[in-house]
Write a protein that binds this ligand. Structure first.
Ligand SMILES: [Ca+2]
Ligand SMILES: [Ca+2]
Length: 455
């Protein structure tokens, strides 16, 4: 069957009228919408008995029978044509227009249903201005490690994850029946009364899944939220289980994620940034200090939550470790959140939620619905410096994507130099202010040294 035989009738009209010689092409076809003058369609309908006399626009002796793809409600015909055929058709009498049947994308690229609730990303006063940064990059090429409770299956992570690891040595705390292994799945951190020094039972938090969503949740998949760096990749590393995690496991996980050698575990290339939404009281100990020093020496930036104790950030680790980007939390009004740690130990601040009467003033992200074990993916509002830190980690991923050669010290400098004054009060100290993803990535792009190696 040629492109000019049989129905639809409008195509018949087209082929009767093609007169321009067709130039040979490479044969690659594209979808086009061909619009005809109404009169020609009518004529074709009247002349339906004449298909045997038709010529065809293609020089090919046996074009595909599937070249006609349908008819628009408004009358245009969708055809699969080579560029040469399309040119010939366009030049033909009776053809009003030939337009490519292009792919449309969501306006602004954001159709995710909870986007409007992600005030921390786009609120003109208290948001981090992520959409401005996305003009330059959405994180393509950058890799973030989240060292947390592990990860659960969620549509927001489809295609977003690289192989991670379970660093929890204690099988009982890990709840997976073994020590360290290659599966970073979160087995739940629910507690019974009397566990972990608490008299109450608590449901599983799926904390690592919430933190990970803030960094890399997929954009444009209709569902849920958008991460700060939706085109970056995430390495989920499990360091906390029932009642938390051991410092030794966290330190080893920092070394591994940053490309160092950990006995018995295959090493990986250094990630661009490690997020630590965890803390322990006291000075920065030797284990944590050494692990972070090593990570930084391999080019991995380290971001840590300042902690939710309403105390000096300099009294909790790893926020107080040298070289760490420590993040305080802001409430919905842009002042310091009541729970946030503060003071000299804070590098910058990011929205963490009000933790007040309205959940919608907190940070929405991905979690599992299970009260104890995994059930199904959902979204929930959480508040804390744990939610503020991954916004900074996501921004670091955008910076590395914009300039893969930017060093760890320059990353801190740019975050600090481009932070905005706080929209609300923080008399006890919130570092350089509210991170500004747009201004920071713009500055990184501007300061990028050109030409780049290999380009
Ligand atoms: Ca395990
Ligand atoms: Ca999404």
């Amino acid at each position: 069957m040629s492109k000019c035989s049989g129905s639809p009738l409008a195509v018949v009209a087209l082929c009767l009228s093609v007169s321009t010689p067709v130039v040979a092409s490479d044969g690659t076809t594209t979808r086009y919408i061909v619009h005809f003058e109404d009169v020609l369609v009518e004529k074709a309908m009247a002349d339906e008995a004449a298909p045997a006399t038709m010529s065809r626009p293609s020089p090919s002796p046996s074009p595909s029978p599937s070249w006609h793809r349908g008819r628009l409600a408004t009358g245009g015909e969708v055809m699969e044509l080579t560029a040469a055929e399309a040119d010939a058709v366009a030049a033909s009498a009776g053809v009003v227009a030939v337009e490519e049947d292009r792919m449309v994308t969501p306006a602004g690229g954001i159709v995710d249903s909870l986007w409007r609730r992600q005030w921390y990303m786009h609120d003109p006063k208290v948001g981090i201005d992520a959409t401005v940064a996305w003009v330059d990059t959405r994180g393509d090429g950058a890799v973030v490690a989240v060292l947390d409770t592990g990860i659960t299956a969620h549509p927001e992570f489809d295609g977003q994850l690289l192989p991670g690891y379970d660093f929890i040595t204690d099988a009982q705390g890990a709840r997976d029946g073994d020590a360290r292994d290659a599966d970073p799945t979160d087995e739940g951190d629910w507690t019974e009364p009397g566990d972990c020094g608490s008299s109450r039972s608590e449901p599983s938090t799926w904390h690592g899944t919430h933190v990970a969503g803030i960094v890399v949740a997929r954009a444009g998949n209709v569902q849920g939220i958008v991460g700060v760096a939706p085109e970056a990749k995430l390495v989920p590393v499990r360091v906390m289980g029932h009642c938390g995690g051991r410092l030794s496991d966290v330190a080893d996980a920092i070394v591994w994620a940053s490309g160092g050698e950990v006995a018995g575990i295959p090493s990986r290339p250094p990630v661009d940034v490690i997020n630590l939404s965890l803390r322990l009281h006291g000075a920065c100990g030797v284990a944590m200090r050494r692990a972070i020093e090593q990570a930084r020496s391999r080019g991995t930036a380290v971001v840590a939550a300042a902690g939710n104790d309403s105390i000096l950030a300099s009294t909790v680790s790893p926020a107080n470790c040298p070289g760490v980007i420590s993040v305080a939390a802001l409430n919905r009004d842009g002042g310091m959140a009541w729970y946030s740690n503060y003071g000299d130990g804070v590098t910058v601040a990011a929205p963490g939620g009000s933790l007040g009467q309205f959940g919608s003033d907190d940070i929405v992200s991905s979690v599992d619905a299970g009260a104890r074990t995994r059930q199904r993916p959902i979204f929930k509002y959480y508040a804390g410096t744990s939610m503020a830190a991954p916004q900074v980690a996501g921004l670091v991923a955008l910076m590395r994507s914009a300039d893969p050669l930017i060093g760890v010290d320059e990353i801190t400098t740019q975050l600090v130099d481009n932070a905005r004054p706080l929209p609300g009060p923080c008399p006890k100290g919130c570092g350089a202010g509210l991170i500004d993803a747009g201004a920071t990535v713009d500055a990184v792009v501007e300061d990028r040294v050109l030409p780049r190696p290999g380009t």
